[in-house]
Design a protein around this ligand. Sequence first.
Ligand code: ADP
Ligand SMILES: Nc1ccn([C@@H]2O[C@H](COP(=O)(O)O)[C@@H](O)[C@H]2O)c(=O)n1
Length: 209
Amino acid sequence: MAKPTIIAIAGASASGKSLFASTVYQELVAEFGGERISVLAEDAYYRNQDHLSMEQRVLTNYDHPAAFEHELLAVHLQQLREGHSVEMPQYCYKTHTRKSETIKVQPAKVILVEGILLLTDARLREQFNITVFMDTPLDVCLLRRIKRDLEDRGRTLVSITEQYENYVRPAFFEFISPSKQYADLVVTRGGKNEIAIDIMKAKIRALLA
Ligand SMILES: Nc1ncnc2c1ncn2[C@@H]1O[C@H](COP(=O)(O)OP(=O)(O)O)[C@@H](O)[C@H]1O
Ligand SMILES: Nc1ccn([C@@H]2O[C@H](COP(=O)(O)O)[C@@H](O)[C@H]2O)c(=O)n1
């Protein structure tokens, strides 16, 4: 197989990365089938915390680069680049650790990967051929994050606001926002920006042609 093109989609929490990646992925799978494009999530590479108590897990700063096993993600991207499948971990936001099952990700001509800190790590940046930054206003992200964390991640309003003030907002200014300099493409208005979705699909179609 010819070397794949790895496309990274970064940006703040709840900026629309997953929605953008999954919309592009699903619409292209409908056209080309599932064998030519794969998706990975940086969140799947949060460090395993099985050895910690629940009280300790809650105290982890999940917005700091140290929370991620980026070294494993870099190895997996390299293995996919070389045409090997990988076992991507699965993560549970309610237990703050990995599930016991993994998901097999097949090598493909185009690989999408999305996550908050992807562009902050030079080892990962080396692997990316195209980089995208979701530039959604932080107040919009916060409102979406509150709704999502209440509905999907088993959080309370108190825990969401404490985590946001202590970790999420500071990490945006320290790590995420400065990493925008590494983006080839900056997308405004989140994961429903249809023009940006069409541009990304057109680029991928050209790569798959
Ligand atoms: N442009 C948009 N308009 C309305 N809702 C959006 C938009 N982009 C994302 N969302 C919603 O906001 C939430 C967070 O989006 P998501 O793609 O999961 O963000 P991220 O992966 O960056 O954390 C989801 O519920 C998603 O459906
Ligand atoms: N146990 C965890 C792990 C991560 N988070 C938060 O998830 C955010 C990253 O995921 P997005 O889908 O929002 O990009 C990050 O900001 C962490 O704070 C968490 O709350 N708990």
